[in-house]
Design a protein around this ligand. Structure first.
Ligand SMILES: Cc1cc2nc3c(=O)[nH]c(=O)nc-3n(C[C@H](O)[C@H](O)[C@H](O)COP(=O)(O)OP(=O)(O)OC[C@H]3O[C@@H](n4cnc5c(N)ncnc54)[C@H](O)[C@@H]3O)c2cc1C
Length: 429
């Protein structure tokens, strides 16, 4: 009778094949292939069925920095025809004097960013992953437990099997079960708000302008969409109190359009043809740590932000490419350990400042613009006017749009990871 050989330990297992987990897998795929290793990507929902909670009916505003990263990863080309450039951002306060405009040209940029349907991004990412020799996709496959073993982590899967990996990455979203099973606590501060999203046709061309309008019921973002998605289509993200959101979501189309029009105004003419309405309860979720033994946490599992400034994925993508670089840098020698404490510490330290800044910036905006009355509202009006005439404030906003601040990982500078790993390999005696 022959003894059963223990299952091989994979170098890397990523739990969650949504926006951020899929980007990490792709960022590392070529380097893993070149060093004879592989990554297993475990995703709970079946592919190509429209069931992914990440690649759903939302659109995402991507920064120029994210565009550069996606270009380096070879996926931008596939989404470009479905991406709308944002030429100008217009911020206003309904019924108040202040308004701010940030123009891409004034900032010396081609665009402030790009609006991309999440589904288009998902299709492009998964198409690249499906063909890659270093990537093993398991979907649908849900991780239901985690156990630490000697020099690896065992993941329990919902089909009853176990997968051992030297590094496990939690990319399983804000409610991350992996984060919890790994013993990392998280705080969740409920904003008491729901984002109601849909798409509508505008009566006037959007001309690449993204609007952020603050109303007494909550902020409304109106984002330009590309012609490929229909004539003069725009995406709307309307933040409301939960009861209002439930009521507005249930309205018939005519009543919904009337309320949206009333709240947003007529800058884009008459709204018509609303699409599917989706609702997202909003909270600020923060993991107490980005790492624990042989586990790294990225994307919404690390921090879930309010979508007011459209920064959640942009930030999560920077988590993914930073971790990819920390891992890639140890893959040169054959015994390089991607789950070592040194890799994890470097990743956590590198991400700390960017993460802190974005959490504060986003949370501060929510609190400033959530104020209904009083001095905060006056300050906000003044703030908007000042913002319009104050070049440094605008420049800060466009720095954010380029993903600047701190040392940029190689992929954010347009440099693939593989070249550096090859150089390290050649240098190893
Ligand atoms: C209304 C709204 C608008 C937004 N707009 C923008 C924007 O304009 N720009 C921007 O940058 N960001 C935006 N965001 C934020 C952005 O959507 C998130 O930051 C992003 O989706 C995070 O991706 P993720 O992969 O980390 O997590 P998720 O998108 O939550 O994906 C997690 C994945 O893990 C899988 N999973 C979960 N549990 C398991 C398990 N146990 N086993 C296996 N798989 C599992 C899930 O099926 C899913 O595919 C917005 C968010 C909202 C709510």
């Amino acid at each position: 009778m022959s003894a059963t050989a223990p299952a091989p330990v994979v170098d890397l297992a990523i739990v969650g094949g949504g926006m951020v987990g899929a980007c990490l897998a792709l960022a590392l795929a070529d380097t893993l292939a070149a060093t004879g290793r592989k990554v297993v990507l475990l995703e709970a929902t079946p592919p190509d069925t429209g069931q992914s909670p990440s690649f759903d009916g939302r659109t995402s505003a991507l920064s120029n920095g994210s565009r550069r990263i996606l270009t380096t990863l070879g996926v931008w080309e596939a989404v470009a025809t479905q991406a709308a450039p944002i030429h100008r951002i217009h911020i206003s306060d309904r019924g108040r004097f202040g308004a701010a405009r940030i123009d891409a040209k004034e900032q010396g940029l081609e665009a402030m960013g790009y609006v991309v349907p999440n589904r288009a991004l998902g299709a492009a990412l998964w198409a690249r992953l499906q063909d890659h020799p270093a990537v093993e996709l398991r979907a649908p496959c849900r991780v239901v437990g985690l156990e630490r073993a000697q020099e690896c982590v065992n993941l329990m899967l919902d089909d009853g099997t176990t997968l051992a990996a030297r590094l496990v990455v939690a990319a399983d979203g804000a409610q991350s079960a992996v984060r919890e099973a790994a013993g990392v606590t998280a705080t969740a501060d409920d904003y008491g708000q729901v984002a109601l999203i849909t798409q509508v046709s505008a009566g006037k061309p959007h001309a690449g302008v993204a609007y952020e309008r603050f109303t007494t019921s909550g902020p409304i973002a109106v984002l330009p969409l590309p012609p490929a998605l229909g004539h003069q289509r725009v995406a709307t993200v309307w933040t409301l109190a939960p009861a209002d959101a439930a009521r507005v979501r249930a309205l018939d189309d005519a009543a919904f359009l009337a309320e949206l029009q009333q709240a947003f105004g007529w800058r884009l003419g008459l709204f018509s043809a609303p699409g599917e309405r989706l609702a997202y309860p909003l909270a600020l979720v923060q993991a107490a740590s980005l790492v624990s033994e042989r586990v790294a946490i990225i994307g919404n599992a690390a921090q879930g932000l309010h979508p007011i400034a459209g920064q959640g994925f942009n930030l999560g993508l920077r988590d993914a490419i930073t971790l990819a670089e920390c891992v890639a840098d140890v893959l040169g020698p054959p015994d390089g350990d991607p789950g070592s404490a040194a890799v994890l510490q470097r990743y956590a330290a590198w991400r700390a400042a960017d993460r802190r800044l974005l959490v504060r910036f986003t949370d501060g905006l929510v609190k400033l613009f959530g104020a209904k009355l009083g001095p905060l509202r006056a300050a906000r009006s003044l703030g908007l006017s000042l913002f319009d005439v104050l070049p440094p404030a605008k420049a800060a906003m466009s720095t954010l749009s380029t993903g600047g601040g701190g040392e940029l990982p190689r992929l954010a500078r347009g440099l693939p990871l593989l070249a550096a790993v090859r150089a390290a390999r050649e240098a190893t005696p």
